[in-house]
Design a protein around this ligand. Structure first.
Ligand SMILES: [Zn+2]
Length: 461
């Protein structure tokens, strides 16, 4: 493998060459959505960023050698609240099912429109309750968890190096605790693994009575089930480092007796909208669906590939300001790229090298743009452009309508060449002008070998 992948690891705060545990089965886990409401543009960032990494891993190790798991959180108190609000007459389980199914379908449609590949597995929390109970039992047996007042809690003092990801010493967490310490907790930092459910909350039978899991435990259970006790890469947004990822690590390592949960931890930066932290009260809260289907942002709809490019025009670790100006900039750039089919060409080195360097999408996009420019007079560059843009999920694909138009244009171009050969310049020009009036521009050149006239064309969008 000639291409060396370098990734920044939050655990070490350093960029280092990526060494998979098994190059024949490279394994990545990314925390997925809690399905109670439309995904917002902040949720879209990790989905797009880790889709780019998934594509790079597939490129380097082979598509069949990469396993990407992204969970669906379908048990959560926000889901219960939404189910009770939206379906007051319905049985709770049925109401929850309606909320989670509808929201998940919406999420899948949204991220597909953003050009993201489907992960290899998308496990649901509610299909993994037994696995969660088993991990909690192990933690109790190993002295890392205890039962108190109907809850099972993780004992943070039982883990010597708790806090290694967020680099927060335990005493600092305690001093900084905002809320009064719950009397039943041994330490203020202890967190819930299992909690009792009342009759109007969803619940599962367990050794500790009918209850439901805490949030963190689901990722420990599902990553172990689908990727193993130790795997290669764990990703998510910066806001998940503490407490979510810290607690995933604590649960998994203490239950399995391992030194690491995942070797590389990667986090994408924050998303602002129009220069401010996104919030409903600020009026700048925007969902993926609103951007795609409504005119709430900038007074118009935005194509998925524009949203995707806009997101990748900033390095994933940097904070990003999502704005109408940025979307317009992305759209202008995309309009300059030719419509092409990804053939058998391989992506260009000038694109692969920056991507391999901790996903430098900014430099990769510049290189793709250079290929797009060159492709107007160079068929080879066009093939490399197509392969490179396709690798990033940014290839403007011809639609069926476009293909029909293309076939018609090809026929007219051919007809014009015949007319030129026959020196019928007036009729040849008429065809050229007719195409120009439809936004199709012809470029004449000479075949390098035969010296014959060749004509290429492109659609000015
Ligand atoms: Zn998680």
């Amino acid at each position: 493998m000639s291409l060396k992948l370098k990734l920044h690891n939050t655990l070490t705060r350093e960029k280092a060459e990526f060494q998979p545990i098994d190059p024949n089965n490279v394994r990545m886990y990314v925390c997925g959505p809690t399905v109670y409401d439309f995904a917002h543009i902040g949720n879209a960032r990790p989905v797009i960023v880790f889709d780019v990494l998934f594509r790079m891993l597939r490129h380097v190790y082979g598509a069949e050698h990469v396993t990407y798991a992204r969970n669906i959180t379908d048990v959560d108190d926000k889901i219960n609240a939404r189910a009770l609000r939206d379906h007051p007459g319905l049985d709770l389980n049925e109401a929850i099912r309606q909320v989670t199914e509808r929201t998940e379908q919406q999420f899948q449609a949204d991220v597909k429109a953003l050009g993201c590949l489907e992960p290899t597995v998308q496990p649901r929390a509610t299909d993994n309750i037994r696995q969660m109970v088993e991990i909690i039992e192990k933690l109790i047996a190993r002295g890392h968890a205890y039962v108190a007042e109907g809850e099972v809690l993780f004992d943070t003092q039982s883990m010597r190096d708790y806090g290694q990801l967020s680099k927060r010493p335990l005493d600092e967490q305690q001093a900084g605790a905002r809320v009064a310490v719950d009397a039943h907790k041994k330490n203020p930092g202890d967190f819930v693994l299992w909690k009792a459910s009342s009759h109007n909350e969803p619940g599962w039978e367990s050794p500790w009575g009918r209850g439901r899991p805490g949030w963190h435990i689901e990722c420990s259970a599902m990553s172990a089930r689908y990727l193993g006790e130790t795997f290669d890469i764990h990703g998510g947004g910066l806001d998940l480092i503490f407490p979510h990822h810290e607690n995933e690590i604590a649960q998994s390592r203490c239950a399995h007796g391992t030194h690491v949960m995942a070797n590389v931890w990667m986090h994408n930066g924050f998303v602002q909208v129009e220069g401010r932290k996104m919030s409903k009260s600020e009026g700048n809260f925007v969902t993926i669906n609103e951007l795609l289907e409504t005119e709430t942002f900038g007074g118009r709809k935005w194509p998925g590939e524009v949203l995707r490019l806009a997101m990748l025009m900033t390095h994933y670790r940097e904070p990003i300001d999502f704005s109408v100006k940025r979307l317009e900039e992305a759209e202008r750039l995309l309009a300059k790229w030719p419509v092409a089919e990804a053939g058998h060409a391989t992506p260009c080195e000038t694109v692969l090298e920056p991507l391999a360097d901790d996903l430098n999408t900014v430099a990769a996009i510049q290189a793709i743009h250079a290929l797009a420019q060159a492709s107007h007079h160079d068929a080879d560059a066009k093939a490399r452009f197509a392969a490179s843009a396709d690798l990033l999920g940014l290839l403007p694909k011809p639609t069926e309508v476009d293909e029909a138009i293309a076939a018609g244009v090809d026929a007219l171009v051919e007809m014009r060449l015949e007319l030129l050969k026959a020196k019928n310049f007036a009729e040849a020009d008429r065809i050229r002008d007719e195409l120009a009036s439809k936004g199709i521009q012809l470029k004449d050149g000479k075949d390098k070998d035969t010296g014959e006239r060749v004509t290429t064309w492109e659609m000015k969008r």
